[in-house]
Design a protein around this ligand. Sequence first.
Ligand code: PA5
Length: 336
Amino acid sequence: MSEPIDIDSTSMRALVEGFPKMLRLSSPSEAIIDSARALAKQGIQGVCLVGMGGSAISGDICKGLVRNVAEIPVVQIRDYGVPKYVDKDWVSIVVSYSGNTEETLLSFNEIRERRGSAFVITSGGKLQDMATDVPVYKLVDGIQPRAAVPLILSIVLPLIETLLGIPMSDLIAASHELERMPESWAKSGLTPNKVAHELSDVLPVFVGAEHLAPVAYRAKCQINENSKTPSFHSELPEANHNEIEAYVLYRQRRVMPVFLSSNWYDERVKKRIKETRSILSEQGVDSLQLESEGSTRLAETLGHVYRLDLASVEMAELRGVDPLSVPLISKLKKRV
Ligand code: PA5
């Protein structure tokens, strides 16, 4: 179980500011890692990550981090059920913060019916009740699922790495690096507050590639949920094959592309970002580029998440809305 977080869970700002600390508060037990090791030894065909919304994003981020080294497929499923190929030879990691998300519950049921192995990560709910015969990691309850990302990611990443038989990432070192990042954001002039001001009157489109594609998606979701404003995401190189034709209208519609840089991108992707920004500028469209911070791919990835999570809270405060509550998500859940 996660240690008590000792952070004011009624304040999204406090939770997001606690991101680096939360990375150190949960880790899988030896028993969980041993089960994963035993499954890996036995031989598995793939890893299936199951979850929705704030409970799913850690899976996307981890999938991005192992994309260059995984020798078996790692898929993320957000649906009422999992594909047929997820059979007894696959291992699933099923995450639902509340434990009551209907899509996730149905998928978990299907996995068990097919005799697939699974790990469950939840703070309770029906999922915990259903998970009687699989290893369960219990999250502390009482926080918003999207704010629990560092707690969830510090379980999902070591689990995936063990299942894939690859070296474990150093989450503690990354967490300490994250704590130092606000200083370098201040030096570069792009603090979360500045990013929020830049984005407060435009429609942001976060653009990422490779391991940062899920980070672009995370930023879009955080701005939707925390600041309750529209936001989109796209991915390179794919966006160069379609979206580029829409740039002419970007200025008129007040669209602002925000590029996420990486020291680890393929040189061809770096060139695409440079040329894409140059074409945007020729069309009179301003764009923003968030530089990479962090000495490892993990720290860089989480550094972008941390800065943009904070920016989404700043945007909420600029608009005078509560970043914590998501009344329409709750209303819809009651209706379906
Ligand atoms: O951020 C949120 O509140 C949502 O995106 C939820 O994570 C999503 O609705 C799924 O719920 P849960 O995380 O409890 O499975």
